[in-house]
Design a protein around this ligand. Sequence first.
Ligand code: NAI
Length: 325
Amino acid sequence: EKKPIRIAVTGAAGQIGYALLFRIAKGDITGTNQPIILQLLEIPSSQQALKGVVMELEDCAFPLLSDIIVTDDPSVAFQDANMVIMVGARPRSKGMERKDLLLANAEIFKIQGSALNQCVARDAKILVVGNPANTNALIAMTSAPDLDRNNFSAMIRLDHNRALSILAKKIGSPISQISQLIVWGNHSPTMYADYRFALNSDQPLAYNLQDENWNTEVFIPTVAQRGTAIIEARGVSSAASAANAIIDHMRDWVMGSNGRWVSMALPSDGSYGVPEGIFFGVPAICENGVIKRVANLEINEFSKRKLQSSVDELMGERKLILSML
Ligand code: NAI
């Protein structure tokens, strides 16, 4: 009997949680041979709703799900966790300024980061999803100085998947044929979807797509505005596709990306002109549980400007929460 792996999820009673937990329990991250203990964190006012979710998890009779821990205490939720998926965050309420939102979340991720520092398995893989994800990840990482920085990431995979799907449709090629796509930067409208290096069945894709206008007027803004388009259509923000992206991000990290490039927001190592420390979407390859950035890609003038606008935004966010670090 294999030892269960502990997967902590925060904000577990929210809409992403509802689309995520069942897939985790099914084995979509860790495979069909790995028992799982779910460690679910919610605030007191959402405990009732979480009870219902737990009942439904039980009612699925998932063979891999060996236990479910439910708590409103981060240090219980994170105890010995091997993976931590931080979805819970303070949403923007009416009349709330961007700065207030940043600070409210900084508070949450500071507390939870300290709990991570004390409680998680020393090699735990941590993904921040709750927005503003990149800056929340910076706070969590900074509040957990005993953990390896390389165990922290923020999510830009949903944007990567959106870009992939739009590109496949445009050139009329199956998604599985397209590789080496990148989404750089902040998970915000400044993100930069970049197909300059993309391949379509191992042929440079940009050759079939010389339409600069489509790139700048359609592709880049459509990827960047997709989240807003979904809110407009559904009345609530993307949840199932966000949960799917979480699964993709964590599965590739744990099981390997098989040589494929995936976009992950990682603490910058200073490459590509991105100041060290801030979380920035970059292309990466995962192997044996280790994330390796794809290095030394050429950055032309246009790309440089695009990257810079995410850098400026993230440095601005960092400045606002700096006093809390
Ligand atoms: P939701 O509002 O349905 O659920 C959030 C849950 O977090 C709620 O149940 C709430 O009680 C809980 N929560 C709030 N503060 C908490 C705390 N301190 N500790 C633990 N739990 C807490 O929101 P939804 O749709 O599930 O989205 C969650 C977050 O993910 C949002 O911040 C959203 O903006 C973000 N998001 C990020 C994406 C990305 O690509 N990085 C994509 C989609 C959403």
